[in-house]
Ligand binder design. Structure first.
Ligand code: G3P
Length: 216
């Protein structure tokens, strides 16, 4: 399973990339606004931290604007992936940009039928939002399972990119149901390594080792 980092925090992305945990990065207009940085500049800097896809989202609402913005964003770096909203206009733009071999990530997906449409227009990735479905007491993970089944039924190559991940359990469940990619904030990725018994066991090992008076 690929790990994408859902952030524009360069230090946090670089730290995880050094460990070998970054297969790509996703951003959205809210994440860019939070960074306080110039959109194109920050995307260019993120693109240097990973060879994987870096999603940069259009803000136009009609297909022509999205296509124009997508082509501009793609010129920032070879690994930019154009993120498009799951609207009819976004699907039309996805179809066009895909025909130009520009990678696409169709975002704000909340139903299996929406995901089916994204696959039909050749999206590279579909981004179902787990956390936001859970927020309204629906089952985000059930959506990931449904999309996996539908894509496998028809051999669609669009990758299932589970987004709006809020917890380590979301990551585990995505791995179990076969999401191709998860995108999560740095904090969630870091906490995947945490376990109280690991900390306790390591402390005991180090204490016993110290008592031997040896060094390696
Ligand atoms: O990748 C989409 C993600 O940024 C949305 O997450 O937590 O705002 O629902 P959240």
């Amino acid at each position: 399973m690929k790990f994408f980092i859902d952030s524009a925090d360069l230090d946090a992305i670089a730290e995880l990339a050094d460990i070998g945990l970054v297969d790509g990065v996703t951003t959205n207009p809210s994440i860019i606004a939070k960074s306080g940085r110039d959109f194109k500049e920050v995307i260019a800097e993120i693109c240097k931290l990973t060879d994987g896809h870096v999603s940069a989202e259009v803000v136009g609402t009609d297909a022509e604007d999205m296509i124009r913005e997508g082509r501009i964003l793609r010129k920032i770096a070879d690994n930019v992936c154009v993120k498009l909203p799951l609207t009819m206009a976004g699907l039309k733009a996805c179809n066009q940009l895909s025909s130009e071999n520009i990678p696409t990530n169709v975002t704000l997906c909340f139903s299996a039928n929406q995901a089916l449409l994204a696959a039909k227009v050749g999206a590279t990735y579909i981004s179902p939002f787990i956390g936001r479905l859970d927020d309204i007491t629906l089952d985000g993970m059930e959506l990931i399972e449904d999309i996996r089944t539908i894509y496998d039924n028809f051999g669609y190559e669009t990758e299932v990119l589970a987004a709006s991940i809020r917890s380590v359990n979301h990551v585990k469940e995505c791995a179990l149901v076969g999401a191709d990619v998860i995108t999560a904030p740095p904090k969630v990725v870091k906490s995947l390594a945490d376990h109280v018994l690991t900390d306790k066991g390591l402390a005991a090992f180090l204490k016993d080792w110290e008592a031997t008076g040896q060094s390696i």
